[in-house]
Design a protein around this ligand. Structure first.
Ligand SMILES: Cc1ncc(COP(=O)(O)O)c(C=O)c1O
Length: 388
């Protein structure tokens, strides 16, 4: 095997393999039920797969336009208007990306200059900070506080200064399952008013909210929409995380900068899936039925957890359930997650993985389980966890 002969100065010296890959591998090694990584264990809709195949057979196999296939951009804009009353021009304000992660990376890279500051609210999805650091920016970390996980608005206002370029926000929130309320949007709007600060709004779980809630997209708030990249992911919405197709809604000026980078990151996204998604989106049932679909799983999982000594925290959205093990063990969360995988055969994610410097103490003895799984898997997982 070839060996690199020189010295390497890593651009991301503190980054190793993500916890998601680590726990999925451990789950596979021990034949454990994998409730760690955030992906469904059930099939994609067969009719959607058939649409992709049809477009491939019909010859849609060459590059799509750089910003995305026009029918898909139009369908995305129509959905944003139908759901949030948001008006985006498909030509200049909608861009199709290779999933939410690429969208976020590209938006951050497009805006952040060396020395700029970017505010991130932890616990946070793990791709935000490395994207900032690769752009030469400085991450300013603030913490959401359990049990409500509301953004610390006074601290956000205090953290905004002349170097602040971006704030990254995420609702419905991974890993906590919390969702923003109207007051949060107003607080953010107030915090950035009169500044040049832009926003990356990670809304990949936009269609997964429970108990009659409505997802409050930044795209539906005129003041915030004017300065936001709003990120969506079809992987999360249509049970096709492996397809890696998502999108960004942003005003024309932000979209122009985004596309300058996008064209050199992926240039464009695969054609047949874009065309299939455009047709699929024509039926609003494809996303409107999602809350009921996942709420049934959430409730099944929470009912099963009631027979264990783990204590589920509230879950308003996403397909993640946090559980507290306070009072059961004072092990670090990573040690417990690994032990549960090895000894009980159930894999989860330690919440400390979503922090650079994880807070400690009883309120932070937390594991995250993904309940985007079949009923049998969820029931078996709870039966195993009941042995704890
Ligand atoms: C909060 C959050 N943002 C973005 C992503 C990435 O989405 P995609 O798979 O479309 O890249 C995920 C995936 O787990 C996520 O949880």
């Amino acid at each position: 095997m070839p060996t690199y002969p020189g010295a390497l100065a890593s651009r991301l010296p503190d980054v190793g393999t993500t916890i998601f890959a680590v726990m999925s591998r451990l789950a596979a090694e021990h034949g454990a039920l994998n409730l760690s990584q955030g992906f469904p264990d059930f099939s994609a809709p067969p009719a959607l797969c058939e649409l992709v195949a049809r477009h491939m057979r019909a010859g849609a196999n060459q590059y799509a336009p750089m910003a995305g296939a026009a029918p898909l951009r139009e369908a995305i804009a129509a959905k944003a208007e139908a759901v949030h009353g948001a008006r985006y021009d498909p030509e200049h304000e909608v861009t199709v990306t290779a999933g939410g992660t690429q969208a976020i990376f590209t938006a951050i890279t497009a805006l952040v200059h060396p020395g700029d500051e970017v505010i991130i609210l932890e616990p946070a999805y793990d791709s935000y900070a490395p994207a900032v650091e690769l752009a030469g920016g400085r991450v300013v970390r603030l913490q959401l506080e359990p049990p409500g996980w509301r953004p610390p608005w006074p601290a956000v206002r205090a953290a905004i200064g002349p170097r602040t370029r971006l704030i990254v926000v995420n609702s419905p929130h991974n890993p906590t399952g919390s969702t923003w309320e109207a007051a949060d949007l107003e607080a953010l709007a107030g915090a950035v008013r009169g500044t040049d600060v832009a926003i990356v709004s990670d809304e990949v779980y936009e269609h997964i909210v429970y108990d009659g809630r409505r997802h409050l997209s930044l795209s539906g708030h005129p003041g915030l929409a004017a300065r936001s990249f709003v990120v969506g992911s079809f992987g999360k919405t249509f049970h096709v995380t492996g397809w890696k197709v998502g999108y960004v809604l942003a005003p024309r000026e932000l979209t122009a900068e985004l596309r300058k980078v996008h064209q050199f990151v992926v240039f464009t996204v695969n054609t047949p899936i874009q065309l299939a998604l455009a047709e699929w989106l024509a039926d609003p049932g494809t996303w409107r039925d999602l809350p009921a679909f996942y709420q049934e799983k959430r409730d099944r999982f929470r009912a099963g957890l009631a027979a264990t000594r783990l204590r589920p925290l509230p879950c308003a959205g996403t397909y993640f359930q946090l559980v507290s093990y306070d009072g059961l063990s004072d092990e670090p969360d990573r040690a417990l997650a690994e032990r549960l995988t090895r000894e009980l055969g159930v894999a989860s994610i330690p919440v400390s993985a979503f922090y650079r410097e994880p807070p400690t103490g009883p309120a932070h003895r937390l594991l995250r389980f993904c309940f985007a799984k079949g009923a049998d898997t969820l029931e078996q997982a709870c039966a195993r966890l009941a042995r704890l």
